[in-house]
Design a protein around this ligand. Sequence first.
Ligand code: ADP
Ligand code: MG
Length: 239
Amino acid sequence: MLTLTNLTVTAGGKQILKKINHVFERGKVYAIMGPNGSGKSTLAYTLMGSPVYTIESGSITMKHNNKKVKLNSLTPHERAQQGLFLSFQNPLSLQGIRVGQLLQLACAGAISALELRKKIQALAQELHIRPDLLERSLNDGASGGERKKMEVLQAGVLNKPVQIYDEIDTGVDIDALKQIGVFLNRRRKDKVYIIITHYYRVLEHISPHEVIIMMDGNIVKTGGAQLAQHIENNGYVNV
Ligand code: ADP
Ligand code: MG
C-alpha cells in the first residue's frame, strides 16, 4: 500500500536516509525501532512531506482504492487527502484553537458539527481524556502523555488508512500507554500502522507483524515481534 524505493533524504545539507526500501502492506502493523539519531523521525516527516527534508532520489508511492499515486512532490495536506496521518513525536500546543475546531477544518464538511462533537466526546472517553482538555486551546498546559492522547484522538476521528506514530510511548505512563495501545488495536483492520517506539511495552497491546530496525539512516534488520523484545532486553549491540 505504501512503497519506499531507494529513498534518499537530506536535511541541512546532510544525508540522513540512505536508499531505504520497504513495502508497508494494508492491514499490517509495523514497529520501527532504532537508536537516537538513526533517522526514524526523518522518515516519518519525509513521508508526511515536511519541507525541512529533501528527497534527493527514490520515491514514495501509495496505492489506495486501486489508485497508485507518487507522493514525492505532494504537500502535507495533499498527502493527508491521499490517506496519510502523522502523530508527532513532540505535539505542539496551538493557542486559540480547540481540538474540535481543528478537526472541523480537517474534516472539511464531511461530518456535521454536532456529529463531530459527539464523536470527539466518545473517542475522548475511550482514551480517558479529561473533558476539560477538549475545551481548552489544543494541548494548552497538557502533559506529554495528554498530548499523545490528543494525537491519537485526532487519528481516530480522521481515520486515515496509513497512520504513522512517532515515539508513541515518549512521556506516556503505563496506564495511558495501555489505553492508547488498546484504542489503536481496535481500529487496526485494513490500516497500515507505522509505530515508532523505543520500548516493547506498547507492542504488548498492539502486536506488530514486522519490526524494523533503523541505524544510521538505513534499515539494518527486520523481524517479528520477538525482535522488539530482544532489543528491549539487549539493546542495539549485535543487532
Ligand atoms: P531519530 O528520530 O531516529 O532519533 P532523526 O530522524 O530525528 O532521528 O535524526 C536523524 C539524524 O538527522 C540526526 O543525526 C539528526 O541530527 C539529523 N537531522 C534531523 N533533522 C535535521 C535537520 N533538519 N537538519 C540537519 N540534521 C537533521
Ligand atoms: Mg525521533
